[in-house]
Design a protein around this ligand. Structure first.
Ligand code: UDP
Ligand code: GLC
Length: 417
């Protein structure tokens, strides 16, 4: 059987966690059976990563009106939504025409705007579509509309955790159509790395305790709470240094200016010499190797949290905010110290306790490392996603379900392909 043509739709062109997970999948996807290509609805470095992987891509940027819509930063209201409608419909028509012409067998969307645009386009083109949902949806009319579409448009919804899957079951989407597939990590990438160069770049000698938080700079990722906790730790352990790794990639409403506020707060607290913000790093395995304690501090439910598995793969002791899917990822306390999200004093206490206790640090690191190897390998992740494709593309194990009926319909000869 010839390789099935798959079209991934990314809502953005920058490279955040969702895009890194997509790249991981594409790196290991069985190219004998699947022929992937990617449509990016935004400009940015994602295309270069795809080219390096030999995955064809095209960039069809959404207009500014659509690109700035947000359900996460400052919620965009109806006033923002209305001007975005013509651009959205244009994108849907263009993508639908492409899917039809190119003979795409399956579309796979990788973010909220791609679910809507790619989902409707696939429906028009009579191509089955999988939504890969990596975020929690909040409350509101727009969210209601997305749940409504989710019950009708995709043949399957893949979520990055059970916690995210549950939100769809609760909104009436049949559990047989929602599959939770945890992200995986290429464990070898994190083995035996050297953190010296990163420490040198910050001017922090070996032996000086270093605590770090890695992630896109965004209020809900908890960097401000991390700074406040650092202040408390610093009072009783002034030799400690802290690093916040990441940049602010979001262009959407309510984002922007957060990096400056963080830097300003660090200065106000007189911690300019103790808290570092080196920006985005491509060498996260080396950064992790330089850290004595890794902190995850999200204040809103974390849908998955790649940095958690990366820290465990790098054998680092971890403190994690107990929210969203975090327990699914790190377990109930063996591999990470869990703290309530947003609780600055608890976070500071946990940091201090771990800095003082090398044995506990080692025990957490060992447990995390074993956990990743058992439950979060990239191979297992890719195998599960491929199984979803196999089911949809003709070897469905659920004859008679909506999904199968839909696929059968979409496979009828179309003439134009
Ligand atoms: N990351 C990176 N360099 C940075 C900051 C973050 O490569 O400077 C990566 C990090 O290693 C992780 C991803 O970005 O793989 C963030 O994914 P996560 O799921 O933790 O959070 P998201 O930002 O997707 O919500
Ligand atoms: C999203 C989520 C993050 C998850 C990532 C990859 O960016 O916010 O929690 O790890 O997708 O699935």
């Amino acid at each position: 059987m010839p390789a099935a043509r798959l079209c991934y739709v990314s809502p953005v062109g920058f490279v955040g966690g969702a895009e890194l997970s997509l790249l991981d999948l594409l790196t290991h996807l069985d190219r004998d059976r699947f022929h992937p290509e990617v449509v990016c609805l935004g400009e940015g470095p994602l295309v270069d990563h795809l080219t390096a992987l030999g995955v064809p891509s095209r960039v069809w940027p959404m207009g500014q009106a659509v690109a700035r819509l947000s359900l996460r930063g400052k919620r965009s209201g109806l006033g923002r939504l209305l001007p975005a409608i013509p651009g959205t419909l244009g994108q849907v028509a263009r993508l639908a025409a492409y899917l039809r012409k190119a003979g795409v067998r399956l579309a796979h969307t990788n973010g909220m705007k791609a679910h809507v645009i790619g989902g409707l386009a696939a429906r028009l083109a009579r191509v089955p579509v999988v939504w890969h949902v990596r975020d929690f949806l909040g409350q509101g009319r727009l969210e209601d509309l997305v749940f409504w579409l989710g019950a009708r448009v995709p043949v399957r919804i893949i979520t990055n955790s059970q916690a995210v899957a549950r939100t769809w079951w609760e909104r009436g989407v049949s559990p047989s159509r929602v599959v939770a597939v945890h992200n995986g990590v290429d464990v070898e990438r994190y083995e035996g790395r050297d953190g010296d160069a990163f420490r040198v770049s910050l001017g922090i000698p070996a032996g000086v305790p270093l605590v770090g938080l890695i992630g896109m700079l965004a209020p809900w990722k908890g960097q401000m709470e991390f700074v406040e906790a650092a202040r408390l730790v610093f009072r009783s352990a002034p030799q400690t240094r802290f690093v916040i790794v990441g940049e602010e990639p979001y262009l959407t409403d309510g984002h922007g200016g957060f990096a400056e506020s963080l830097q300003r707060r660090v200065m106000e607290l007189g911690l300019g010499h103790a808290v570092f913000l080196p920006g985005y790093r491509r060498d996260v395995p080396e950064v992790l190797a330089a850290l004595d304690v890794v902190v995850h501090a999200s204040t809103a439910p974390e849908p998955f949290g790649r940095v958690l598995v990366e820290a465990m793969a790098a054998r680092r002791p971890l403190i994690a905010a107990d929210c969203g899917a975090v327990r699914e990822v790190v377990g109930d306390g063996d591999a990470a110290v869990l703290v309530p999200p947003g609780a600055i004093a608890s976070l500071a206490e946990a940091m201090l306790a771990l800095l003082k206790d090398p044995e506990r640090r080692a025990a957490l690191a060992e447990a995390g490392w074993a956990r990743v190897r058992q439950q979060f390998t990239l191979e297992a992740h890719v195998r599960q996603i491929e199984q979803v494709y196999e089911e949809i593309l003709g070897v469905s194990r659920e004859p008679g379900t909506h999904a199968t009926a839909w696929v059968a319909e979409s496979r009828e000869p179309k003439g134009e392909a």
